[in-house]
Design a protein around this ligand. Structure first.
Ligand code: ZN
Length: 218
């Protein structure tokens, strides 16, 4: 069995988070990293997006794993959070070039050893995951296997943290050069570029003002 609860369900409610910030995000480019995105702004506010069991059910559906959204129990929510923290721990260590924590490996390996969601061919070019009564634990096993595949291979070196300070979400850098800085160019990348442009404009305006003052007082 996986380890005991990391934290009780009610301990990670953040009254400061806005409703749109609590919406699930799937920007990481890998299923296991997407699960890690269910905690927002880890470095600052660290707010929980999987607040209730039904949040996890909805997340599993939006992730394309189980449809319709399954009924989730509190213990399954705790297990998903524990798996998520283990995946985040592996990502953090991979990015820092440090060895993985044995406790993180144990959680991921435990879930990866369980039966996962079987793929189900529904037509040419179409697969879904077959509905199953054990859909939630099977989905967690699927996520854990994705983590094993990711962190056990060369792509572990391509796990990144978004450079936008108000995002800092994990993502997989699939670019040829391996120098991607933002999880999403259209969202975080553009926002960072606009902010840099405004800083440059403000700096130039300050210089102009100083020059004018020197002329009038000189
Ligand atoms: Zn980002």
């Amino acid at each position: 069995m996986a380890r005991a609860l990391v934290q009780p369900v009610t301990d990670c409610l953040d009254p400061e988070a806005e409703p749109d910030e609590l919406e699930p995000r799937f920007a990481a480019g890998r299923l296991s990293l997407d699960l890690a995105l269910t905690v927002g702004e880890r470095w600052r506010r660290s707010f929980e997006r999987l607040r209730t069991p039904s949040d996890l059910g909805r997340w599993l559906e939006l992730a394309g794993l189980v449809s319709p959204a399954p009924t989730v129990g509190p213990a399954e929510l705790s297990a998903a959070r524990e798996l998520r923290e283990a995946i985040f721990g592996l990502a953090r260590r991979a990015m820092d070039g440090r060895p993985a924590m044995a406790s993180d490996l144990a959680v991921v390996n435990e879930w990866a050893s369980r039966p996962d969601l079987p793929p189900w061919l529904t037509g040419i070019g179409r697969t879904v995951h077959r509905p199953s009564p054990d859909a939630v634990p099977a989905a967690l096993a699927t996520i854990a296997r994705d983590a094993v595949d990711l962190f056990g291979g060369p792509l572990a070196a391509r796990v990144r943290e978004c450079a936008a300070p108000d995002c800092s979400g994990l993502f997989l850098d699939g670019s040829r050069a391996g120098a991607r800085r933002w999880c999403s160019m259209t969202a975080c990348g553009n926002r960072a570029k606009v902010a840099a442009y405004r800083r440059r404009r403000a700096g130039a305006a300050r210089h102009e003002r100083n020059d004018r003052e020197r002329v009038t007082t000189g």
